[in-house]
Write a new protein. Structure first.
Length: 131
């Protein structure tokens, strides 16, 4: 108020100018927000186009990622063990697997991949469905 009195400005004109400036600021913020969200969507598309959904069904042969702690590094050792057969598919990505001793255990589907190889001198090739 004292600045308005000192500069001999009218209160109504100054108030309207300030409201107009605040509205312009809100509009500028809105345009910046929408443009940044469009940019983020475009940038998200680049890595997401390489993601394939892994779909497993009963009878598939899979390899399990062995994340256990090892005493020796074994740089050339494979971190995948198996093959295991899928016995049951549970909701939210859990799978029941059966090993060579017919023991059944449950694992998370993120730790699995399809097995492409030999089982008892028979070639096994999983049919992968790519979208």
């Amino acid at each position: 108020m004292w600045a308005l009195k000192k500069l001999n400005l009218e209160w109504d004109v100054a108030a309207n100018l300030r409201v107009a400036q605040l509205n312009e600021l809100d509009e500028f913020w809105y345009h910046a927000y929408t443009s940044s969200s469009l940019y983020k969507e475009k940038m998200k598309y680049l890595p997401d186009k390489y993601i394939w959904n892994k779909e497993f069904k009963e009878g598939d042969l899979l390899l399990l990622f062995n994340s256990g702690l090892r005493m020796f590094s074994g740089k050339l050792k494979s971190k995948w063990i198996g093959p295991f057969e899928v016995v049951g598919v549970k909701p939210f990505g859990a799978l029941d697997l059966k090993n060579k001793n017919y023991e059944v255990f449950r694992v998370n589907g993120h730790r699995l991949k399809h097995y492409l190889g030999k089982v008892d001198d028979v070639h096994v090739v999983a049919v992968l469905h790519f979208n």
